[in-house]
Design a protein around this ligand. Structure first.
Ligand code: RM4
Ligand code: MN
Ligand code: MN
Length: 434
């Protein structure tokens, strides 16, 4: 394995902070022990936790107004993998990359898998793209893809998804994530019921092509690019579609794909109740599908989501989840003003921190207070965990895994981006992604 950052540089930087880390870890350990929690057990869970990064997140995103590339930005999947390897080498939380086709198309997928493995990476869910037209494409998606009126367009979208499954098999993926941009911009533009019928018909053909050990993750989104209605607009439409398709179809929750102020943590509990919790796209938002860095706007919501996930994991429902509790976690952000490597490292840490704090909720106290209708103490059980500073646990787990104690400082000291600015060709200007 040839990793992009020198191990000596990481060790040298870690050295400076190790003594303080051990002190902080011991102090937190004593605090947790008073509540009967062994810090090493939490650290072990944190060490095993991971979240995938999206290949498309490695480049600068953009808005529909503009994109401002940075020097040294990756322009193809090979360079993106290299950047993802930096994120994982320093942060140790992101061992898998999620691909998007045709954006990440290559001629040799077995070769790509080896290339990733040599960088310490594997592949996560494969994402299809029927929301854009590609050069030379036979049928336009301007009027929809899986739900299009035109049968040949629908067939083309089905075929593309089946091709994605085939590519994913070669990469070692086990999930196909389907998000379609299908919808309408005007009342009356399409018939709500018939367009959903067409979507379900196409989705069933894709489902039929799924290998036995794969999942099809249906990602809903309330608006954009369609601004009046979308065909899979919310978790209700998503779960109904997943139930109709069959047990391998699950719902994927992208945190930015809801109406503002939606109670996403409750959606988690609902989907779990019905065996349809497939996974997450983590990001944060203030107004819409802003794709801001995870936990940057509403970290409490992220904590509450993980609280439901831990609750769900500890209370599997007998009638579901044959494969065990295994939701797919991925970061799905658009980095418009930061270095994407820095954003994803910082986001992976924010996500893991919420997971760790959710593990530290005193569930006995919580459930006891709930049973006694003691609202304030139930809330305090959550609050106590939320206000804990778990950073020594995360840092210790990272250092033990060979990562950086201070990921951002070590990354900056490595001069990685400046080196890539010398090697890589410059990215052109242009508008951003969805
Ligand atoms: C969408 C959605 C999908 C992602 C695209 C790029 O809004 O979040 O997951 O594949 O953007
Ligand atoms: Mn998404
Ligand atoms: Mn999105």
């Amino acid at each position: 394995m040839t990793l992009p950052i020198s191990a000596e540089l990481i060790a040298e930087h870690n050295q400076a902070g190790l003594e303080a880390l051990h002190e902080d870890y011991a102090a937190l350990g004593r605090k947790l022990a008073r509540g009967g929690v062994a810090i090493d057990t939490v650290k072990a869970r944190v060490a095993n936790f991971s979240v995938a990064v999206p290949s498309w997140g490695a480049g600068r995103g953009g808005t529909r107004f503009a994109k401002f590339p940075i020097a040294g930005e990756p322009t193809n999947i090979h360079e993106k993998l290299e950047d993802c390897a930096v994120i994982h080498q320093l942060g140790c939380k992101t061992p898998r990359v999620s691909t998007h086709f045709p954006w990440d198309k290559v001629s040799d997928y077995a070769g790509l898998r080896e290339e990733a493995a040599a960088l310490g990476l594997g592949f996560d869910a494969v994402n299809s793209n029927t929301f854009q037209d590609q050069p030379g494409q036979a049928h336009t998606y301007a009027n929809g893809s899986l739900s299009a009126q035109d049968a040949a367009t629908r067939q083309q979208a089905v075929d593309h998804n089946i091709e994605c499954i085939e590519i994913g098999r070669q990469l070692g993926s086990k999930d196909l994530t389907v998000w379609v941009g299908d919808g309408t911009n005007f009342p009356g533009q399409q018939d709500f019921a018939r367009s959903l019928d067409r979507y379900l018909d196409g989705a069933a053909q894709i489902y039929a092509a799924l290998p036995d050990d794969w999942r099809m993750l249906l990602e809903h989104k309330m608006f954009e690019p369609a601004f009046y209605s979308t065909v899979i607009s919310d978790w209700g439409s998503s779960i109904l579609a997943a139930q109709e398709l069959g047990p391998k179809a699950k719902c994927l929750v992208d945190l930015g794909h809801h109406a503002p102020n939606t109670n996403i943590e409750q959606i988690v509990a609902r989907l779990h109740r019905f065996g349809k919790l497939g996974g997450f796209h983590f990001n944060d938002s203030k107004y819409g599908d802003d794709d801001l860095d995870s936990g940057s706007i509403n970290p409490h919501q992220l904590f509450l989501i993980f609280n439901e996930l831990v609750e769900a994991e500890q209370n599997p429902r007998a009638d579901q989840n044959e494969g065990g509790f295994n939701p797919s976690y991925m970061i799905d952000q658009s980095h418009n003003v930061t270095d994407p490597i820095e954003s994803m490292m910082s986001s992976a840490e924010a996500i893991t921190s919420c997971f760790a704090r959710a593990l530290l909720v005193d569930r006995e106290a919580l459930h006891g207070a709930q049973a006694a209708n003691d609202t304030m103490m139930a809330f305090q059980a959550l609050r106590r965990a939320y206000t804990l500073d778990v950073s020594p646990i995360l840092a210790m787990a990272r250092v033990e895994a060979g990562g950086a104690l201070d990921v951002l400082a070590t990354y900056r000291a490595s001069q990685y981006r400046a080196r890539k600015a010398q090697e890589r060709r410059a990215v052109g200007l242009g508008a951003g992604i969805v």
